[in-house]
Design a protein. Sequence first.
Length: 63
Amino acid sequence: MPILILLLLTGVFAYFIWRRMTSTLTRACRWRQERSQDRWRCGNCGALQPGRAEPRDCLRGKS
């Protein structure tokens, strides 16, 4: 049983590390899709990202 708990904890920490490395989004990033104009707008900083795929990077200060 203790081995199972250690494996689960290791898996959770590995998931958190993987998520951190694949995205630069922060808690302040709030992307909202504007379907009529085919783009995404950040509700916090106002950055714009064209396309239909949800943004994976923070664009604060770049637009």
